[in-house]
Ligand binder design. Structure first.
Ligand SMILES: [Zn+2]
Ligand SMILES: [Zn+2]
Length: 623
């Protein structure tokens, strides 16, 4: 055996091994092996929106450590990798990258650019994952933007439809005026911001007035009632009376509602459709009419009278100025504001026609299932359960975008009947192809309008456990070898999306949990103490670390830093410690290689007591 060289040329060594692993295909799942027990990892398909940073290194190193450990233990490990391609962020970044506007070029051209953009970033991320030395089986690779993947998303939609989990309806939804699409609760981040609480006089019809307190005076034209707490002695006598909505000629009734906090503001609140989720609840509870004053791009509409076409901000200033004499006080307060996950714009609530999946009816089952799984760390399961319980609305699964899996539906132009694609037509883009029927079964007409909306990206990525197992193409017996996944690795930031959507979706589709164990990693924090992310500019690119110290050092950093579920800061000294450790290991191995110059793997040697002790230690570590 040749002694190891004095200096580690890690870049050359790592490359050499990574190439050999691929050549030998040693990380491929062995389908034909039925003796080894199977271990299936539900690798999350990342969003190919940018570069691979040290936060991603932590995730993938975690997955890979488990994969390699399980192989050492004798398992037939299935370690797949896919890419979650669609989404608004991709549309935006494509616009920036190629300096185009999606509204100004033909849709198919824009979609082609999105695909080009995604492929470019998949390549960058794939190279980084390979450089990190992850033992992924690359023959399993999938992209959710490929029509063959659409087929699976669309099929799951049809199956859920058959099982009664899908409905279309006009409901209030979270709406991002900037992205101009409906978004799910999971895509709304709540932040406490400095705001103003306006105390405004509302004249009573019989004379005198009440003072309401609101943070959103621009919604006064949408006021449908004024509410007080039934226990509030100050206002009890006004119950059922009429009050005039300032800046309009309307009067509304005064109602009692327990949700009004007498301590907040003046104890009198106006209810608008829709200021926030509390308003939505009150409107539904008291069967109040709905007045919408906002347009989809976040401006005031015709129902706001003279404020029409103003932005929310302009309307707020304008109405406060107009009501000057009625505004008694402006108080500074800390208020919770819902922001769009993608662009940080304050979300609004709009009533729009959307597709929904019934998820709230599954909450008890989600809780029961989460309790039956193994969690690392254990307390993280409450995050999933609390999230499921906190959801007020079903999951809105349609999006007003273009780069996404098409919703396989048409409408009869004559009678409006909904035509759902048949399973054998999939994959299908209703905008490109007509339904494969002669005529509408309801009215006999034969012209159809396609559904233009696409699915939420989570509709694609929440069936991965079934998809990478081989559903729906392989026979049940085969794909169920890999289903449910043994391990679901997730970050603390995506429990409410990745872990939750997978869970509800598979429970609804297959009446079964998609995974058995959850391994939760914390976030890697940048130098400013915030979660490392490209958009915050506080990230350390993997190439900086790989080129300086090699990927083994990065893996050592990931393995040694922090505990499951806890955040860890990225610090160069920690990586340097990993580097020194690696050099020590190299020197020790080099020393051994010098001593074992004459060693031949074919020969038999008598083991000394020390050898046996070391081998025993090694065995115990492995198993
Ligand atoms: Zn947005
Ligand atoms: Zn018809």
């Amino acid at each position: 055996m040749d002694p190891l060289p004095k200096k580690i040329d890690f870049l050359a060594i790592e490359k050499m091994w990574q190439r050999k692993w691929e050549e030998w295909g040693i990380y491929r799942f062995d389908t034909d092996n039925h003796t080894k027990p199977v271990y299936c990892i539900d690798t999350p398909p990342p969003y190919p929106s940018g570069d691979f940073h040290m936060g991603n290194v932590l995730n993938w190193a975690y997955f890979d450590i488990v994969a390699r450990f399980k192989r050492m233990q004798g398992f037939n490990v299935f370690f797949p990798q896919g890419w979650d391609c669609h989404g608004l962020q991709i549309e935006r970044r494509t616009e920036n990258e190629y300096d185009v506007k999606k509204s100004e070029i033909p849709t198919d051209q824009f979609i082609a650019l999105c695909q080009k953009f995604v492929d470019k970033y998949i390549n960058i991320m794939k190279t980084a994952i390979k450089q990190l030395g992850c033992s992924i089986d690359w023959t399993t690779e999938y992209k959710t933007m490929n029509p063959d993947y659409w087929r699976r998303t669309q099929l799951s939609f049809i199956l859920l439809h058959e099982k009664g989990y899908i409905y279309q309806g006009t409901h209030p939804v979270n709406w991002c005026p900037d992205c101009q699409t409906a978004i799910a609760d999971a895509e709304v981040n709540y932040e406490t911001k400095q705001g103003s609480l306006y105390h405004i006089k509302f004249p009573l019809k019989e004379g005198d007035f009440l003072v309401i307190a609101t943070t959103r005076p621009e919604l006064i034209p949408a006021c449908v009632t004024v509410a007080i707490n039934p226990e509030d002695k100050r206002y009890k006598r006004h119950l059922g009376k009429e009050i005039i909505v300032p800046s309009t000629t309307r009067t509304v009734g005064i109602i009692a509602d327990n949700m009004v906090d007498p301590e907040f503001g003046t104890g009198v609140v106006m209810i608008c459709t829709y200021g926030d989720k509390a308003d939505v609840k009150t409107v539904a509870k008291h069967k109040l009419p709905s007045i919408e004053v906002l347009t989809k791009d976040g401006r005031m509409n015709q129902n706001s009278g003279k404020y029409q076409d103003l932005t929310v901000e302009e309307a707020r200033n304008s109405i406060v100025a107009d009501l000057e004499e009625s505004v008694l006080k402006v108080e500074a307060i800390q208020q919770e504001v819902g922001l769009c996950d993608r662009c940080d714009t304050p979300i609004e609530i709009l009533e729009t026609q959307q597709f929904f999946m019934k998820t709230r009816s599954l909450t008890d089952l989600v809780e029961e299932t989460a309790n039956s799984l193994t969690w690392y760390p254990r307390y993280m399961k409450t995050r999933l359960i609390d999230w499921a319980k906190s959801l007020d609305w079903d999951w809105v699964i349609s999006r007003q975008r273009v780069f996404g899996t098409p919703i396989p539906i048409w409408y009869c132009t004559e009678c409006g009947k909904t035509i759902l694609a048949e399973k054998s037509w999939l994959p299908i883009d209703p905008k490109q192809q007509s339904p494969k029927i002669e005529k509408c079964s309801e009215c006999g007409h034969s012209t159809f309008t396609p559904e233009k909306d696409v699915f939420d990206t989570w509709m694609d990525s929440s069936i991965t456990c079934a998809v990478h197992s081989g559903w729906p193409d392989k026979p049940d017996k085969e794909w169920r070898r890999l289903f449910p996944a043994d391990l679901h690795p997730s970050g603390t930031d995506i429990i409410r999306t990745w872990a939750y959507y997978l869970m509800v979706r598979h429970l609804a589709l297959f009446d079964e949990t998609p995974y058995k164990t959850c391994l939760i990693n914390g976030m890697v924090l940048g130098s400013d103490g915030r979660k490392m992310s490209k958009s915050l500019g506080n990230y350390v690119s993997t190439s900086d670390v790989f080129e300086k110290y090699g990927s083994d050092t990065s893996r050592q950093w990931a393995a040694g830093g922090g505990t499951t579920g806890s955040d860890i800061p990225f610090r160069w000294p920690d990586v340097e410690y990993g580097w020194r450790f690696l050099v020590k290991l190299w020197n020790a191995s080099r020393f051994v290689s010098l001593v074992l110059k004459d060693y031949s793997p074919e020969a038999t040697y008598e083991l000394t007591l020390l050898d046996k002790w070391l081998l025993e230690k090694m065995k115990k570590t492995t198993i």
